[in-house]
Design a protein around this ligand. Structure first.
Ligand code: SF4
Length: 417
C-alpha cells in the first residue's frame, strides 16, 4: 500500500500540525440533515415533502450504500441528491474480526483521506440480560489530549469529525448487523478523540441517534466518555440528555493524572469529579469512571485509597481495565491479581467496581492502534525518545511532582462551553 506523506507526518514530531491528506469533499453528509432540513431541501428543489421522508427512510432504515441504489426515488431526484450530498462520509476501509467474531473493528476513510476507527462488540444473551450489540465511535480524527498510553493520543490532533461522519460509523455497523437480522442496541462515544472538545457535532449525532424519525435509540443506551472537559460536562448537565456519562479518570492523584491525562493540568481531578457529581445530581444517572490499569504506575494500594476517598458516597461505578500494550510506551497492563486487589479495596470502601477487559486484542484493541497501523509505524528512534520522555514524566509524578508542561489546547477552540 502507498502511504501518503501526510499520513506519516504524525510520527515525526510529538504534536504534529493538522495534516489533511487531500481536500475535503465540500458536500455535506446526508445523515447530518434533520427531518426539517430534509423537508426544506425538498421544498427548495420543487419536491413534495414525502420525498424527504423517503430519503430519510433510505438513509436510516435502508440497506443501500449509495443514492443510486435508492429505487424508491426517481432517477432525477437521485441525481439531485448526489450533487448536493454525500450518502456516506465514513467509508469502511477495513473490518477486522476478533474474539471469535464477537468484536468487529472498522477503519473508516474520510473524504480527505484521514482514518478513524469504530468497534462493534457483540454480547450474547445471558439469563439475566438480552443480547446486546454496542458500537464505540470516534468523534475526532486524532486527539489533542495526548494520553501517553493511547495510540490515538500519539497520532496527535487532525480535525473534528462532522456530525455525519460520526453517525455514518453507526450506519455502517447497523447495515452489517441488519444483514443478519440484528440491531444496534448501544452507542458509546469512546473511540478516537475527546467528544467534549467537539461537543456541538457530538450533540448533533446524539440528536440523530435519539430521534425516532432517524435512528431511534434510547438516550440511556448512549454513553459519552470524556477525559475531563469540565465546561463540556456542565453543558451536558444543563441539557440533561439522560445519556450515561463516563469519565476517563485513570488516576485520582493530580501529579500522576497530569501525566496520564494531560488535560488534568487544566482541569484537575477534583474539578472533574465535582462536575460529574453535578451531572449525577441533575440526571439521577450513575457516572462511570474508567481506569486503565498500568503496572506499577497507577495500581498501588495508595492509588486505590485515593480513588475511594475521592468517590466516597457518590453515585458512581468504577471500571478497571488492564492497559493494552502500545508501541510508544514502556508500560504494560497491571497483572490480574493486582487489579483484583485494587477492586477489592475499592469495594471494601463502598465503591461499586467491575473489572473489564479490552476486546479485540489480536487486532489492535487500543483506541487508534489500527488507524496508526494503516498510517505506518514511527521510526525506532522516535519511539525510543517518547519512551524516555514518558519514563521521566512518570518518575517525577510518582515522586508527587506536578507537571510544569502546558495543558493541551482544543483544535478548533471549542471546549463545550
Ligand atoms: S485516551 Fe481518549 S482523550 Fe486520551 S488521547 Fe486517547 S482518545 Fe484522546
Amino acid at each position: 500500500m502507498t502511504v501518503p506523506i501526510a499520513d506519516l507526518a504524525p510520527f515525526f514530531g510529538l504534536r504534529p500540525a493538522p495534516s489533511a491528506t487531500r481536500p475535503r469533499d465540500p458536500r455535506p453528509g446526508i445523515s447530518g440533515l434533520t427531518p426539517d432540513e430534509a423537508v426544506a431541501w425538498a421544498g427548495e428543489h420543487g419536491l413534495p415533502a414525502y420525498r424527504a421522508r423517503q430519503v430519510l427512510d433510505a438513509v436510516w432504515r435502508g440497506r443501500q450504500a449509495s443514492f443510486g441504489e435508492v429505487r424508491t426515488l426517481p432517477a432525477a431526484v437521485r441525481d439531485q441528491l448526489e450533487e448536493a450530498f454525500r450518502f456516506d462520509t465514513a467509508g469502511e476501509a477495513e473490518v477486522r474480526l476478533a474474539d471469535g467474531g464477537l468484536t468487529e473493528k472498522g477503519v473508516h476513510r474520510l473524504s480527505d483521506g484521514l482514518l478513524v476507527e469504530s468497534v462493534l462488540m457483540h454480547y450474547p444473551a445471558r439469563t439475566e440480560s438480552r443480547e446486546r450489540h454496542s458500537l464505540c465511535v470516534s468523534s475526532q480524527a486524532g486527539c489533542a489530549v495526548g494520553c501517553p498510553f493511547c495510540a490515538t493520543g500519539e497520532l496527535g490532533m487532525e480535525r473534528d469529525l462532522e456530525t455525519a461522519e460520526i453517525v455514518d460509523q453507526v450506519r455502517h455497523a447497523q447495515r452489517r448487523l441488519a444483514a443478519d437480522g440484528r440491531h444496534l442496541t448501544h452507542v458509546v462515544f469512546m473511540g478516537m478523540g475527546e467528544p467534549l472538545m467537539n461537543l456541538d457535532r457530538v450533540l448533533g449525532a446524539i440528536e440523530a441517534l435519539r430521534d425516532p424519525a432517524r435512528f431511534g435509540l434510547g438516550a440511556r443506551h448512549i454513553t459519552v466518555s470524556t477525559s475531563g472537559v469540565v465546561p463540556g460536562i456542565r453543558r451536558l448537565t444543563a441539557l440533561a440528555p439522560q445519556i450515561t456519562l463516563a469519565i476517563s479518570l485513570h488516576a485520582a492523584r493530580n501529579a500522576l493524572r497530569d501525566v496520564l491525562v494531560p488535560l488534568n493540568r487544566r482541569w484537575p481531578v477534583e474539578e472533574v469529579v465535582a462536575a460529574a457529581r453535578e451531572y449525577a445530581a441533575a440526571t439521577g444517572r450513575r457516572v462511570t469512571y474508567e481506569l486503565t490499569m498500568i503496572d506499577a504506575i497507577n495500581d498501588t494500594d495508595a492509588d486505590a485509597d485515593a480513588l475511594a476517598e475521592l468517590l466516597r458516597g457518590d453515585l458512581a461505578h468504577v471500571n478497571l481495565i488492564p492497559m493494552n500494550q502500545v508501541a510508544h510506551t514502556p508500560w504494560t497492563g497491571s497483572p490480574l491479581p493486582v487489579v483484583e486487589r485494587f477492586a477489592d479495596r475499592l469495594r471494601a470502601a463502598g465503591v461499586a467496581t467491575t473489572i473489564r477487559f479490552n476486546r479485540g486484542t489480536e487486532v489492535g484493541a487500543a483506541c487508534g492502534q489500527l488507524a496508526a497501523e494503516h498510517a505506518g509505524r514511527p521510526a525506532p528512534a522516535v519511539v525510543q525518545r517518547r519512551r524516555e520522555r514518558i519514563v521521566a514524566q512518570s518518575a517525577a509524578a510518582l515522586r508527587g511532582e506536578r507537571s510544569q508542561e502546558p495543558a493541551p489546547e482544543p483544535a478548533g477552540g471549542e471546549e463545550g462551553s
